[in-house]
Design a protein around this ligand. Structure first.
Ligand SMILES: [Zn+2]
Length: 354
């Protein structure tokens, strides 16, 4: 059972929805905490905080400094006695990483594969997207205004000004163990899958595992890097640890059944999309058909946040299957990310009107 130690009291999520659980610091096992952010959508990222005697380990940091400082303020009941002396990043997505600069004085550990990606999407790129989204919403051009709304909603709560990328100071590949004041933290590289360098953090003495973004609860998962089989293997690994508490990267605490449901989602996605890919259908049309199918709409996945992310995972699967995704190439490749989200945004409007 978890216990709320300090909450922000917000009744609405950053994206404006009613909250499904309390935002704040929850004690999930003795001296073992999760900063949980409802409802687990874009940037609504969970963090871990592990007290090890007179010091603490922080697992992941926020997308921006404003939210990171808010966490530190609310976590004072713990940090007052046990300041953060170590940071772990589960992977290289900015929403788990960009608060690192507030911890420049302590060791920061991540996989080498994550460290290699740390400069791939700099904060300036997202600031440009924020500005672009505002402008696009004013353009009455087919789908451009929808893209602007989609990107704008996704990024509006965050302030990327002042974010400097702070790379990890310690990297590993495979596995590593930290012993912090007698508390053992096993870090296992489970990527590539969600990203190239995913890792999970297991505390065997406390029966807790922090999964990063190989696991979402109540939120549609996404395979940015793939292979999807890597995510499934990672989820099976989490189940094999038989933890008492599973803290996902996004969404409320997971039961083993939630982990299994996520494995079922990936099975469904592959079996729904593969026959369509073989006909030469593009990922966007295939995703549209899969999301409109009776099987999907009768499944628990249909109620998850952001179903349109299936399109991103479809593009990853198309690459795995050796099928052309239709992504922009050559001199147009720089527009690839915008074109990708334009297509993904079109699935949202299709779902709203459908
Ligand atoms: Zn995330």
């Amino acid at each position: 059972m978890s216990r709320l130690i300090a909450g922000t009291g917000r009744k609405r999520t950053r994206l404006g929805d009613a909250t499904l659980f309390a935002e704040g610091l929850h004690e999930v096992a003795p001296n073992t905490f999760a900063w949980m952010v409802p409802n687990g959508s874009w940037g609504e990222t969970n963090l871990g905080l592990v007290r090890c005697g007179d010091q603490s380990v922080l697992i992941d940091t926020c997308w921006d400094l404003h939210f990171m400082r808010e966490v530190l303020q609310h976590a004072q009941p713990v940090l007052r006695h046990a300041p953060i002396r170590h940071v772990i990043n589960t992977h290289a997505d900015g929403d788990h990483w960009w608060g690192n600069q507030l911890f420049a004085q302590v060791p920061i550990t991540a996989t080498q594969a994550s460290a290699d990606q740390v400069h791939r999407h700099p904060p300036a790129q997202l600031r440009a997207l924020q500005l672009g989204a505002t402008l696009m919403q004013r353009l009455p051009v087919a789908q451009v205004d929808a893209l602007g709304r989609y990107m704008g909603d996704m990024l509006r709560p965050y302030r990327f000004q002042g974010v400097k990328v702070q790379a990890p100071t310690h990297t590993f590949s495979g596995e590593t163990t930290l012993d912090v004041g007698g508390v053992v933290l096993h870090l296992t590289e489970v990527g590539p899958g969600h990203t190239d360098g995913d890792c999970i953090v297991h505390l065997p003495q406390r029966g807790v595992v922090y999964t990063g973004d190989i696991l979402f609860v109540g939120v549609t998962p996404v395979a940015w890097a793939g292979p999807v089989s890597g995510i499934v293997a990672a989820l099976e690994r989490v189940l094999a640890l038989r933890p008492e508490v599973i803290v996902p990267g996004h969404g409320w605490l997971a039961s083993p059944a939630d982990v299994q449901l996520q494995i079922d989602y990936w099975d469904w996605a592959q079996s729904a999309l593969h026959p369509l890919a073989r006909t030469g259908m593009a990922p966007l049309q295939a995703s549209r058909e899969a999301l409109a199918s009776r099987t999907f709409n009768a499944s628990p996945f249909a109620g998850w946040i952001a179903p349109e992310r299936l399109f991103t995972s479809a593009c990853t699967l198309w690459r795995e299957w050796g099928v052309d995704t239709g992504a922009l190439a050559g001199p147009m490749a720089a527009l690839g990310a915008l074109d990708h989200f334009r297509k993904q945004a079109s699935l949202v409007s299709a779902a709203r009107t459908g």
